[in-house]
Design a binder for this molecule. Structure first.
Ligand code: PRT
Ligand code: ZN
Length: 283
């Protein structure tokens, strides 16, 4: 049975299980144990701390895992990233006390930097040709400068709020991370087929998430122009309306372009515009 390791609790747990549900894999949270079988898909879930997931996958205890790319890079185990999952986005950055006279990476020469990510930091320092002292701390890295344990920190940042509330300033964004699906690359043909099915469904879910279904009433005379505004997957669907000279047009748009498209469509006479969420797109 194909086994997938996911974080048992923490920032990635909820979105990992939400993704599995979105691709039609049920998870029985009420009977959640260390190891649980999905009732409707040939997949077993192994719940664990995110730190251990790269190792568990590399050793083959679980063939697959969902974990932050930061953990994959830091642990250094031999695993392959098979899909980027688009959640858990963050970066690992160097931050210095707000009042420090920071003037570029050389500032770190001879300084003490507190972090839980020594491997990634060491790599960056080497690239920059800088010698600094790395102080490994596993929790509350952001208090290290105030406690005089370090001169700077190298830690995960997402909104930046934690840095600001600790009197720190982000000065170098070193590593960009998001949740990824990893594999040890040693799947037998049956397991590979299950993984391929998962990847197909994940791809479809990711496309659907960024798209909206749009429909509107349009003067017949504007159809050609509207087709240029809304290219759709093949071409937009156009249906006649009972009212003479009008039609109904349906299409799919990228969420990022939605308001821009709506403005253009209104300018050519579109009325009664509806925008709907899409549950699935199968390209
Ligand atoms: O118990 P377990 O070991 O499983 O969990 P954990 O405590 O080690 O990790 P957890 O659940 O905190 O994070 C899991 C993963 O989520 C990380 O490895 C990252 O890939 C990802 N992630 C995304 C984050 C953040 N965003 C994040 N903001 N991980 C941690 N943070 C912390 C950061 O350490 C800092 O303290 O949030 C604070 C900064 O947030 P802002 O928004 O104030 O900048
Ligand atoms: Zn952890």
């Amino acid at each position: 049975m194909l086994r997938l390791a996911i974080q048992s609790k923490g920032r990635l747990n909820e979105e990992s299980t939400a993704l599995l549900r979105e691709i039609g894999i049920d998870i029985d949270e009420s009977r959640r144990k260390f190891l649980a079988q999905a009732p409707n898909f040939p997949l077993e879930l192994l719940y664990m701390r995110d730190d251990d997931i790269p190792q568990v996958v590399a050793s083959g205890t679980a063939a697959l895992g969902i974990v932050g790319l930061n953990e994959v890079a830091e642990r250094g185990f031999d695993v392959q990233v098979v899909a980027k999952l688009g959640f858990g986005g963050c970066r690992i950055s160097l931050a210095v006390p707000k009042g420090a006279d920071y003037d570029g990476p050389q500032w770190f020469a001879g300084k003490r930097i507190a972090t839980s990510y020594p491997r990634i930091l060491r790599g960056w320092l080497q690239e920059q040709g800088i010698e600094a002292r790395i102080e490994v701390i596993t929790g509350s890295v952001e208090i290290a400068p105030a406690a005089d344990i370090a001169d700077a920190i190298f830690d995960i940042v997402s909104s930046g709020g934690t840095l600001v509330s600790n009197g720190l300033r982000e000065v170098e964004k070193v590593f960009f991370s998001e949740a990824v699906l990893i594999s040890n690359g040693q799947l037998g043909p049956e397991d590979q087929a299950v993984l391929d099915e998962m990847l197909f469904r994940i791809g479809s879910a990711q496309i659907s998430r960024r798209k909206k279904y749009i429909l509107m009433n349009l003067p017949q005379a504007s159809v050609e122009e509207a087709c240029r505004i809304l290219p759709a997957m093949r071409s937009p669907t156009v249906m006649p309306l009972a009212a003479e000279g009008w039609c109904s047009m349906h299409s799919v748009v990228d969420e990022a372009d939605l308001w821009d498209k709506i403005r253009q469509l209104k300018a050519i006479g579109a009325e009664g515009i509806l925008v709907l969420n899409i549950d699935k797109i199968i390209p």
